[in-house]
Design a protein around this ligand. Structure first.
Ligand SMILES: Nc1ncnc2c1ncn2[C@@H]1O[C@H](COP(=O)(O)OP(=O)(O)OP(=O)(O)O)[C@@H](O)[C@H]1O
Length: 312
């Protein structure tokens, strides 16, 4: 919005209502950082339950983490979530839902920032420059809005030097150079540990146990082997884990045939089409599933559903 027209609009609306505060009115026309606004936990719960398929653990942990954090008036550190799992299982999708529930413009909000390792930090020789730029960017944005949200995609491809640059912001400091980062949210996405999460899901399946019976504790050990002790993972190198700077590790399970079908239906509805079950089945059957013998899990999750649907 252009400031003059916003001011005119506010003036006109104030004259009409003579009632709403300047700030309330301003925020109807321009985006405001509402750091004190409580999270609508039931709306988030409903949205996750309706839109996110096959991820009972992620749904549970994300709800718990966000409600606890947003209901705490004085958090001791920013909230840091590390989302792990196979490709196309919903990590970016969930980040988008969380962003929309915290800032109404979601990923388009001025207070939500998405970084993709290979896109934003592609050259190893430029690490020093990226570190400076990133720190300045985070400092500037958290100064402007304490509840800013930062999403780092492809965390396993992120140079440890970049993680080092973020580290001071994630710690228990009251302030860093006069800025408090304690109300900010950092979300890290990675495929690290995805193979081990899949193995656990498969063990349950082979034992005839329900997917929904998988509990967080069944995966804690798995993630600790796959991520915490994996000396090749950027997360390990960075010391984020042994300094306890990650609040929640959130596993994403591999998606099954029925989940892929749900994704196709959701995509058809989003396009305003009526759901045609023949097309749903055809799209789902075009996807490839593993392991070779049982063919249970989609190897791209729901990732290629949208583009495949274009051909039907
Ligand atoms: N569990 C899910 N429930 C509903 N839709 C899903 C789910 N997983 C993926 N999708 C759909 O597939 C698209 C791609 O998934 P998304 O980008 O979230 O995967 P990802 O886990 O971030 O993958 P990658 O690790 O490759 O980045 C989403 O935009 C969404 O439409």
């Amino acid at each position: 919005f252009e400031p003059v027209s916003v001011a005119i609009a506010i003036g006109a609306a104030s004259a009409l209502t003579g009632y709403l505060s300047y700030k309330d009115l301003y925020c109807r026309f321009a985006e405001c950082c509402r750091e004190k606004q409580p999270l609508n936990a039931s709306a988030l719960k409903l949205e996750l339950e309706e839109k996110l398929f096959g991820q009972h653990l992620a749904t549970e942990v994300i709800l718990k983490a966000l409600t606890g954090f947003r209901n705490n008036p004085n958090p001791k550190k920013p909230l840091t979530l590390s989302l792990h799992g196979w490709a196309g299982t919903g990590k970016n999708f969930v980040s988008q839902i969380v962003a929309e529930n915290l800032h109404s413009k979601g990923l388009k909000s001025n207070f939500v920032h998405l970084f993709v390792s290979t896109l934003h930090f592609p050259h190893e020789q430029q690490i020093k420059l990226y570190q400076d730029q990133l720190q300045t960017w985070i400092r500037g944005n958290v100064s402007a809005c304490a509840s800013s949200m930062f999403i780092f995609d492809e965390m396993d491809k992120l140079h440890p030097g970049i993680i080092d640059a973020i580290k001071p912001f994630l710690d228990y400091y009251e302030q860093v150079d006069g800025v408090s980062y304690r109300k900010a949210i950092f979300i890290f996405l990675s495929n690290a540990g995805g193979d081990l999460i899949t193995k656990t899901a498969l063990d349950f399946w082979r034992a005839g146990r329900k997917r929904e019976d998988i509990q967080l504790k069944d995966l804690e050990h798995v993630l600790s082997v796959g991520v915490f002790n994996n000396k090749h993972s950027g997360l390990w190198h960075s010391g984020l884990i042994d300094r306890n700077l990650i609040d929640y590790f959130i596993p994403f399970l591999p998606l099954e045939y029925t989940h892929v079908k749900e994704c196709v239906r959701a995509e058809m509805r989003a396009r305003g089409s009526t759901v045609d079950e023949d097309i749903v089945t055809r799209v789902a059957e075009e996807m490839t599933f593993f392991p070779k013998d049982e063919k249970i899990y989609s190897d791209k999750g729901c990732k290629t559903v949208q583009s495949r649907l274009d051909f039907h």
